[in-house]
Structure formats: structure tokens, C-alpha cells
Design a binder for this molecule. Sequence first.
Ligand SMILES: Cc1cc2nc3c(=O)[nH]c(=O)nc-3n(C[C@H](O)[C@H](O)[C@H](O)COP(=O)(O)O)c2cc1C
Length: 170
Amino acid sequence: MEAIDLILTRRSVRSFSSEPVDQEEIETLLRAAMQAPSSSNSQPWQFVVISDRRMLESITEFHPFSSALRTAPIAILVCGDSRLEVGTGRWIQSCSAAAENLLLAAHARGLGGVWLGIQPEEQRIQGIKRLVELPSGVHPLALIAIGHPAGKYEAPMSHYQPDRVHYNGW
Ligand SMILES: Cc1cc2nc3c(=O)[nH]c(=O)nc-3n(C[C@H](O)[C@H](O)[C@H](O)COP(=O)(O)O)c2cc1C
């Protein structure tokens, strides 16, 4: 698939088959994530791969919109490490680029994924920090649930809105 078609056909997938995601695939996704642009090339990210079924289920107790984890074989927690930042306050932007790369790489490999927001909800931040025992200075941004899609997903509707584009000023 051409890169532009890949981008235009990505959609959130929230229901997965029982097929596992093998380690080689996980590494490919992480390689794609870490190839993202980052402020001053600081690469301020850390990733926690969660495959333990009980841990995945327990996240649904403090994250109200995480039903995708009931069937996802893995989820990758994207974190910003403020100790790795150059300057301050840009880890969210850099790590968001990494998270989108993860989603696109999953789609490219025939997997599906969905971004489960963590930051800035304090209950989700504290819940996930406790669960995976993040050290201080490491901030959870998003949890990306990944797996083989259950069944066939329709192509997404186009999100393109020409009236949101302004040329040479508003
Ligand atoms: C910052 C952010 C937070 C999100 N949080 C959740 C979430 O908690 N649960 C969920 O099921 N989807 C979540 N999503 C996925 C969005 O609902 C989804 O991207 C949006 O509805 C558009 O659908 P699409 O990804 O299929 O284009 C989140 C997406 C982003 C970018």
C-alpha cells in the first residue's frame, strides 16, 4: 500500500481476535515509534509493553473508555521521560508523534490499534503509574491497544474539511 493510502485508511480498532502479536512485530512497531520526529532530536520517550491479561483487564477499572483492552493481546504505554528532554515542556508533542507512528505501523502490518488517552486525566495517570511502577520523571501519555482486528472493518469516512484550511492567513 502506498504511504498516503495507509494514512487515509487508518482507523481506530477496538475489537481484536485471539491471535497473538509476535515479538518481531512488536519490535517493528517500536522501531517505527522511535523514528518519529522529536524536539531537538531529544527522543524523550519510553515504552512499556503490556501483555499480561490481568494487567490489561485491571486498566478497565480506572480508565472509563478502555473496553478495547478486553480483547487486545497487547497494549503499549507511550511515556515521556522528562530526564531526556532538551528544554522543557515538549515531551507531549514528541511522544504524540511516536504514538501516531505506532498506530500507522500497526495498520501497515495488518494489525489494528486504538489510542487510549491517559494524559491529562489524573485518575488514569495515577492508575497506570501504579500498575506499571513508573519511576519519577516518567509521564504516561497514551496507551495504544494493538491486535489483529476481529472481523472486517469498513474503510473510514474521510475527515477532510476544506473549510478548516486557510491560505496565507485566516
Ligand atoms: C488524545 C486521544 C485520546 C483518545 N482516547 C481514547 C480513549 O480513551 N478510548 C478510545 O476508545 N478511543 C480514544 N481515542 C481514539 C479516538 O476516539 C478516535 O481516534 C476518533 O474517534 C477518530 O476515529 P479514528 O481513529 O477511527 O479516525 C483517542 C484519540 C486521541 C488522539
